[in-house]
Design a protein around this ligand. Structure first.
Ligand SMILES: [Zn+2]
Ligand SMILES: [Zn+2]
Length: 146
């Protein structure tokens, strides 16, 4: 038994057929402005929360989950009934991006904007902006202006 009480958060797809839980805390949170996120989500930015894969457990409707991977880096998952996006497995990084919009009870607290050189929506919130990705994720780690 650890000193801190483990936190648990509930998530679901758009229709509710798929339900999942997250335990603990994410490794990182922020906004991605890359073209892949924009094209796949049909939105101007992606609000991401990155977790260790064992933090995520699908509790209902696993048979509704389908996926697509354009590159080995990103295995994208959604609900085949409603089309609602769930998460993307970034296997080479050992992380899973659970979309902030799919976990309404979780206090999303972004710390960084990544791939800001590709932005279509400038967000002047004072948070650090990276040209591409942090160095530990294969990027340059170079900061850029808002
Ligand atoms: Zn659904
Ligand atoms: Zn992206």
């Amino acid at each position: 038994m650890t000193a801190t009480t483990e936190r648990k958060f509930d998530g679901a797809c758009f229709c509710g057929a798929v339900q999942f839980t997250l335990r603990g805390a994410p490794e990182a949170m922020g906004y991605c402005h890359c073209e892949s996120c924009r094209k796949w989500s049909a939105g101007p930015v992606n609000a991401f929360t990155l977790w260790k894969p064992d933090a995520l457990k699908v509790t209902r409707g696993a048979d509704h989950i389908v996926g697509f991977s354009k590159t080995e880096l990103s295995h994208r998952k959604w609900c085949k009934t409603c089309g609602g996006h769930l998460f993307t497995e970034h296997r080479p990084w050992g992380l899973v991006d659970v979309y902030a919009a799919a976990i309404p009870g979780f206090a999303f607290s972004p710390g960084v904007h990544v791939n800001y050189q590709e932005t279509r929506l400038r967000i002047r919130d004072g948070l650090p902006k990276l040209k591409d990705l942090p160095r530990e994720m294969g990027g340059s780690g170079v900061p850029v202006g808002e």
